[in-house]
Design a protein around this ligand. Structure first.
Ligand code: KG4
Ligand code: ZN
Length: 350
C-alpha cells in the first residue's frame, strides 16, 4: 500500500511516498529555514505563502523520486494539526484536491502522532521488538509531551511543558547567545568543544511528569547579561569559550530533565520500550544520555526523521487505516489538536 504524506504544519513543505507504513520511497523537504532566519524565527504569513509556492513542485518531486505515477497511490495523508493555521491549510487543500481528482481516500493525521511513527521508518518495528505499552517523548519546537502509547492510535498524555517547549527554549537560548536560527543545531554545534565548566539549574516539578524550561532560559539570560554579551551592541566582545560552556550547560540541563522524567515514567507505567520523536530528539547529547540510561529497547529516529517530514505522516496514516472513520471532504485544520482528541473536541478547540 503506497501512501502520499503531506506535511505543512510549520516551516517545511514536506512530501513523501511510503510503502506499507515503513518503506520510504521518497522523502522531499523544501525547507524555509533561510527565509525565516533573517527574522530570527518563524513568521506565520511568510510560511503560508512559501508553502503555496512549494507545495505542487514538492508533490511532483516526491512522486518522481519514488519512481511511480500518481495512479500507483492508494491514499493521500496530510497533517491536519496541530500547527500554524495558514500553513496547515495549504497542505490540507492540496491533499483534498489530489485525493478528489484521483478518487483516493483522504486521511487527516495528527502531527504529533507523525513524530511517534517516524520510529517505524528505520527498519525496526517497536511493536515487534519491544511491544506495547511504549513510553513516547515528543520534543519539538511546539511540544514537550510525555505520552503513554498502549496500542496503535491509543495515547494518554502524562506530562507536558507548562511554559516553553524544549525546542522553543533552544531557539531562544541561541538568540541570546547570538548563535542564529534554528537554535537547536546552533547550540549543539557551539557546545561541541566545551569542557563542562558552567552549570545551569534544572526544574524538576517533583510529583508531576510535567516540564518547565523557562527558568533555565532565564538563568542563561542572566549569565549572558552578567558576562556582557547580551544585549549585543557593535562594541560587544564575544567570549567564545563562555558561549561554548553555557551552550553545553543549557543542553545538559534540558536533556537531563527530559531523560530522567521520561525514564521514570517508563518504569512507573511498566513500558516495554522508549520512543523519541520531534526536532529536539536530533540533539546528540539527548540521544547519548538516553542510550546510556535506557534499560528497555530504545527507538530514536535518525536526525532527518526527527525534524518535520512527510514520511512520518504517511506512516501514521498506514497504521490508523483499519480503525479510521475518515474526516471527509469537509476536513478542517486544527491548530490546537492534541493526541487522542476526537473531532468534536478538536472543532470546539478551534
Ligand atoms: O519537530 P520540529 O522539526 O518542528 C516542530 O514540530 O516544532 O522541531 C523543530 C525544533 C526547533 O526548535 C529546533 O531548534 C529543534 O527542533 N532542533 C534541535 C536540534 N535540531 C532541531 N534542538 C536541539 N538539538 C538539535 N540538534
Ligand atoms: Zn514537528
Amino acid at each position: 500500500m503506497k501512501i502520499l504524506g503531506i506535511e505543512t504544519s510549520c516551516d517545511e513543505t514536506a512530501v513523501s511516498v511510503v510503502e506499507d507504513g515503513c518503506y520510504i520511497l521518497s522523502n522531499v523537504i523544501a525547507s524555509q529555514v533561510e527565509l525565516h532566519a533573517r527574522y530570527g524565527g518563524i513568521v506565520p504569513e511568510v510560511a503560508s505563502r512559501q508553502h503555496i509556492l512549494e507545495i505542487i513542485p514538492t508533490i511532483q518531486s516526491a512522486i518522481g523520486q519514488a519512481g511511480i505515477g500518481f495512479d500507483s497511490l492508494d491514499a493521500v495523508a496530510v497533517t491536519k494539526g496541530p500547527g500554524l493555521a495558514g500553513a496547515l491549510l495549504v497542505g490540507v487543500n492540496a491533499a483534498k484536491a489530489m485525493a478528489f481528482a484521483r478518487d483516493l481516500p483522504l486521511i487527516g493525521v495528527n502531527h504529533l502522532e507523525g513524530h511517534i511513527y517516524a520510529n517505524w521508518l528505520e527498519g525496526r518495528d517497536p511493536e515487534v521488538e519491544a511491544g506495547f505499552p511504549l513510553m513516547c517523548l515528543i520534543t519539538s519546537g511546539g511540544h514537550t509531551d510525555l505520552v503513554l502509547m498502549s496500542g496503535h492510535g491509543s495515547y494518554r498524555l502524562l506530562g507536558r511543558t507548562r511554559d516553553d517547549a524544549a525546542g522553543e527554549a533552544f531557539d531562544k537560548a541561541a538568540r541570546v547567545l547570538g548563535l542564529g536560527y534554528p537554535g537547536g543545531p546552533a547550540v549543539q554545534h557551539a557546545a561541541e568543544y566545551a569542557k563542562g565548566t558552567e552549570i545551569l539549574p534544572r526544574a524538576w516539578l517533583r510529583g508531576t511528569l510535567d516540564f518547565s524550561f523557562s527558568g533555565i532560559k532565564t538563568a542563561l539570560l542572566n549569565k549572558a547579561k552578567s558576562k556582557g554579551i547580551y544585549p549585543r551592541t557593535e562594541d560587544t566582545v564575544i567570549d567564545q569559550e563562555f558561549v561554548a560552556e553555557i551552550a553545553y550547560a543549557f543542553q545538559l540541563s534540558v536533556a537531563d530533565v527530559m531523560v530522567t522524567k521520561a525514564l521514570r515514567a517508563s518504569k512507573e507505567y511498566r513500558c516495554k520500550g522508549m520512543l523519541l520523536g520531534g526536532g529536539v530528539a536530533a540533539n546528540s547529547m539527548l540521544r547519548r544520555l538516553f542510550e546510556e540510561k535506557t534499560e528497555t529497547p530504545l527507538f530514536i529516529p535518525s536526525p532527518r526523521l526527527c525534524t518535520d517530514n512527510g514520511a512520518m505522516i504517511a506512516a501514521s496514516a498506514y497504521f490508523m487505516w483499519n480503525s479510521y472513520d475518515g474526516d471527509g471532504w469537509d476536513m478542517d485544520v486544527y491548530p490546537s489538536l492534541k493526541l487522542g482528541m476526537d473531532i468534536e473536541t478538536a472543532q470546539e478547540s478551534n
